[in-house]
Ligand binder design. Structure first.
Ligand code: SF4
Length: 84
């Protein structure tokens, strides 16, 4: 399955808990903002993931104190934060 991950660098306060929980997906950049690891690390990326990776990424997003990480499924449905 695919996930689209979006980080709002204006909300990110560099707490790095997302990196602690999902170090294969998130890293800190030189501005002390989280970014998504890839060939060209960025604040938005579509990743192919398995169920375990998906759960880890969502846990990383849930750990963010400022809700700076938003996650969508491949149909564009927002998985986290949950829409109510
Ligand atoms: S947990 Fe949130 S505030 Fe902390 S580094 Fe990750 S995105 Fe930024």
């Amino acid at each position: 399955m695919k996930l689209r991950i979006v980080i709002d660098p204006d909300l990110c306060i560099g707490a790095a808990s997302c990196v602690t929980i999902a170090p294969e997906t998130f890293q800190m950049n030189m501005d002390n903002k989280a970014e998504i690891i890839g060939p060209a690390p960025s604040y938005e990326r579509i990743l192919e993931v398995n169920e375990e990776e998906k759960n880890t990424i969502i846990m990383g997003a849930q750990s963010c104190p400022t809700l700076a990480i938003t996650i969508f499924d491949e149909d564009g449905k927002q998985l986290y934060p949950e829409n109510v």
